[in-house]
Design a protein around this ligand. Structure first.
Ligand code: UDP
Length: 409
């Protein structure tokens, strides 16, 4: 449990009334135990959100617990392939892989203590534990954090036979979902405004990070924070920057990391460095995982934040940027249009030239940039903070078994 997290601190961010409403909903859940099950306590977005969501719900008085499924390396190799295939990537998956998945699930199903009233199962790895429902009953909810709208059908059809037995499914965006014969809810991801990545920082922290990475405090800074992945289009970002740099003195920072589970990232980083050449206004930063305060400070020091991805998940980098009241220029892909309402909470782009045009608009008119940023921050406050995700989950838990009371919009 994280002793630093205190639900009361969120009153200053979303208002006392909002937290009171959460307490009221939590009250209605009294007597119910909710058991989260996922595949890891650390690393990745799901563990990150659970590590804050669970203590916050506990503080609200909800009996929420968290368990992780055990598994051999072979099982996680298979689930990683399933993950990629569900994202539409071509993977070679053998009958043995399906057997490994089922065998581990059967073993886990016999060992896990399923005490609780609502079983809240995250992502595909533990999804087949639902086979236990015929023995033990209870309400089962499947929380899908990934985009499964264009999956490899073999893997999806395999998984679907389990998913259809859940009492409800929760997806991050309507366009990430699948047709299913069970009630489906839409709950976008969220960020924690008080985490190291997003908390307010003193001006010295920004100065420190600018010095640390050799950046010019007096030049407008264009930033993209992303893993070095072709789908994040770092070369497109460099091209857009070069077009803009002809008319504006500015600097570009591509801040990212090379994931150990992504063999391509080293190669992409090399290409990016080559393309940047000896341009002293382009800074390629290979930032180690866990450097949350550095990322926070870079985002806060930026003039404009880009996310020129070719494909995206929800794009938490955009949520983080908007929360820092930054104007953003981002491609209209994945979850970005949910966050960037064009010309209101940021600028959407559809090409390199479009990105350059949008950057120029913001650099030429800082007031316009500040206005977009302020709107973006309010949009995140209303829709994409952890308090909203907690509220959504509690409402969904309360509706279980009461389908007739749900108003579908
Ligand atoms: N991130 C980071 N360091 C990096 C690159 C990314 O901390 O070098 C963080 C970023 O701040 C965000 C997350 O990783 O919180 C990326 O999430 P997003 O949904 O934008 O993209 P994904 O990497 O999941 O495709």
């Amino acid at each position: 449990m994280n002793p630093k997290i205190n639900i009361k601190d969120y009153e200053s961010v979303v208002g006392k009334n909002y937290i009171e409403e959460l307490r009221m909903l939590a009250n209605r859940l009294s007597g119910k135990t909710i058991l989260n099950i996922n595949s890891t306590f650390v690393g990745g977005g799901v563990a990150e959100i659970l590590s804050r969501l669970v203590p916050l719900l506990n503080q609200l008085g909800v009996d929420v617990r968290w368990q992780v499924i055990p598994g051999e390396a072979q099982f996680f190799k298979v689930t990683k392939k399933f993950h990629n295939a569900l994202h539409g990537k071509v993977e070679s998956i053998s009958d043995d892989d399906f057997s490994v998945f089922l065998e581990t699930t059967a073993k886990n199903a016999s060992q896990i203590d399923f005490s609780g009233d609502i079983l809240f199962i995250h992502d595909p790895q533990p999804a087949a534990l639902i086979t236990k429902k015929s023995d033990i009953g209870k309400d089962w909810v499947w929380r899908c954090h990934i985009d499964i709208s264009q999956p490899d059908n073999r893997v999806w059809n395999f998984l679907k036979q389990f998913v259809v037995n859940y009492d409800a499914g929760i997806f991050s965006s309507p366009n990430f979902a699948q047709e299913l014969p069970i009630p489906q809810f839409f709950a976008p991801p969220s960020i924690d405004p008080l985490s190291e990545k997003n908390k307010e920082l003193p001006p010295e922290a920004l100065e420190t990070v600018l010095t640390k990475y050799g950046l010019d405090a007096d030049k407008p800074l264009i930033l993209q924070v992303s893993r070095f992945d072709r789908l994040k289009d770092p070369l497109g970002v460099i091209r857009a920057f070069q077009l803009v740099r002809r008319n504006f003195a500015c600097q570009l920072v591509l801040a990212g990391g090379t994931a150990t589970d992504d063999p391509e990232s080293e190669e992409v980083l090399k290409e990016v460095k080559e393309r940047a050449g000896d341009n002293s206004d382009i800074h390629i930063l290979d930032i180690p995982p866990g450097s949350d305060v550095d990322i926070n400070a870079l985002q806060r020091a930026a003039t404009v934040i880009m996310q020129k991805s070719l494909r995206e998940g929800f794009a938490l980098t955009i949520t983080e940027a908007l929360w820092k009241a930054k104007p953003v220029v981002a491609s209209a892909v994945g979850g970005i249009p949910l966050q960037v309402k064009d010309k209101l909470t940021g600028l959407l782009c559809h090409s390199i030239e479009g990105a350059a045009y949008a950057l120029r608009q913001i650099l030429a008119n800082p007031d316009y940039g500040h206005w977009l940023g302020r709107n973006g921050k309010e949009h995140v406050r209303q829709h994409f903070l952890i308090t909203r995700e907690i509220r959504d989950y509690m409402l969904i838990f309360l509706t279980l078994g009461r389908r007739e009371d749900i108003i579908y919009l």
